[in-house]
Design a protein around this ligand. Structure first.
Ligand code: THU
Length: 141
């Protein structure tokens, strides 16, 4: 992936995080999905007073994409948390989000690059490395 495209995707995730609704954790997260046609769809985490109902940024972005009719074509994802929290290490999608991302990726048979953004480092991993032996739509038909 080109440096410039990476920077754009990370900037989109950072911008999305501004809209996070995270009053309980005070941990805003932004996610940006890049598609084969160049489109970028973003999401932020949305929490709930019933904490367990909170939704992650990646899950919300995938929901948006599927709800807008996307069925695959996922080439890359950027995820970013707040600066100045924790140790600044790159944040990786939670287990549930890996599964949710896999649904969209599997529909188009892509293995998206996941850009996990930290304070001083961007860690690049494929979704299949983060979620090996994934269960997906193909198992059901
Ligand atoms: N969170 C995300 O949105 N994505 C991640 O990859 C990790 C965690 C959210 C969930 C919750 O709203 C807050 O971050 C703290 O866990």
């Amino acid at each position: 992936m080109e440096q410039q495209h990476e920077a754009e995707l990370i900037a989109a995730a950072r911008k999305a995080a501004v809209q996070a609704y995270a009053p309980y954790s005070d941990y805003p997260v932004g996610a940006a999905l890049l598609f084969e046609d160049g489109a970028i769809i973003t999401g932020a985490n949305v929490e709930n007073a019933s904490y367990g109902l909170s939704l992650c940024a990646e899950t919300n972005a995938v929901s948006k994409a599927l709800g807008e009719g996307r069925r695959g074509g996922l080439v890359a994802v950027a995820v970013i948390g707040p600066e100045g929290k924790g140790d600044g290490a790159p944040i990786t999608p939670c287990g549930r989000c890996r599964q949710v991302l896999n649904e969209l990726a599997a529909l188009g048979a892509t293995d998206p690059l996941i850009l996990c953004v930290g304070t001083i480092e961007v860690r690049r991993m494929t979704l299949s490395a983060l979620l090996p032996h994934a269960f997906g739509p193909a198992h059901l038909h």
